[in-house]
Design a binder for this molecule. Sequence first.
Ligand SMILES: *Cc1c(COP(=O)(O)O)cnc(C)c1O
Length: 371
Amino acid sequence: MFEREIPFFDYKKIYGENSNSLHEIFESVGRRGAYIMQSDLRDFEKNIGLILKNEFVLGVANATDGLEILLQLKGLKKGDEIIISSHTMLATAGSIISQGGTPIPVDISDDWLISPEAIESAITKRTVGIMPTQLNGRCCDMDKILKIANKYSLFVIEDSAQALGATFRNVPAGTFESGGCFSFYPAKTLGCLGDGGAIVLKNSQDYENAKKIRDHGRCEQKEKILWGRNSRLDNLQAAFLNYFLTTYRQSINKRRDLANCYHERLKNVVELRLPPKPCDGDYFDIFQNFEITASNRDDLREYLSSHGVGTLVQWGGLGIHQLSQLGFDQYLPNVDTFFKNCIMLPMNQFLNTSDVEYVSDLIKNFYAENK
Ligand SMILES: *Cc1c(COP(=O)(O)O)cnc(C)c1O
């Protein structure tokens, strides 16, 4: 029907392209009866620790739980405010609510990430922390954010769910201050066959406490028991993830090549704004997504879809502050404008440069026909 079909993300390929190896892993885990907190999980935590240059890594059930656990360590009180970007997943805000705090969404800057100036303007007597989102696999300017945090004595917890292996000035996402979370939802840069997540912590004390919290708060020494939950990463998923990690570097390099290819093909299209090119300067981006802004966005989406190309508008096209039914009432003009024009083009490990060329040429045709 189409010359080529390029779904936004092909979930079946995670299994289809790896079925033999995944069967072997399933067989090994099953034969060992190694379902909960076994060696595969411990190996996985070590492997993630190598990427993050940090030993305090814990597998958890998903990234949202991870954020909640990181926040629980801070002991929020009712009314405590935490500043977040309005251009983030609902999970960033929801994790704060679950711990009794109040999320305060603020505007984005020109790079579409949380604006340091907006953070500073939103600080009140009740502000206790900042939770920047390292969006689409790119870190925020963490020097500016840490400076503000320092000045006002605020904690920084990163929603780095999309940024495993991204760095800013050689510091990995998740490790800038109090800690960060990672998501292994299937469509993430490192995806498993279901839900999965991890957190990285600042020091051994936080690590020991988070380790208890993810397993009901249990501890052999009675005086050290605390309130917890069940948020263990399945050992089977950890085993799958160890396997996917063996090609993670290549997979990121491929995404960066694809991003370069989009740039090469689309750089002269004046109707578009592209994210920064991959470079080896201050920012090492891992391109979880390739999000752009485009004039006439809805028609472009439609056109691409009618030619077999899947796209996505992130978060259903709404910033956090636009969710008035959840109690938000901020006016954030940059985010408003952004969501009128943003669109994510296909970007994942299953594509090759000819797919990207095909998508790019369609986009150029669209604007040539719609001058
Ligand atoms: C995917 C994602 C999450 C949630 O991750 P889960 O593992 O599904 O809980 C949170 N924040 C951001 C920015 C995400 O992209």
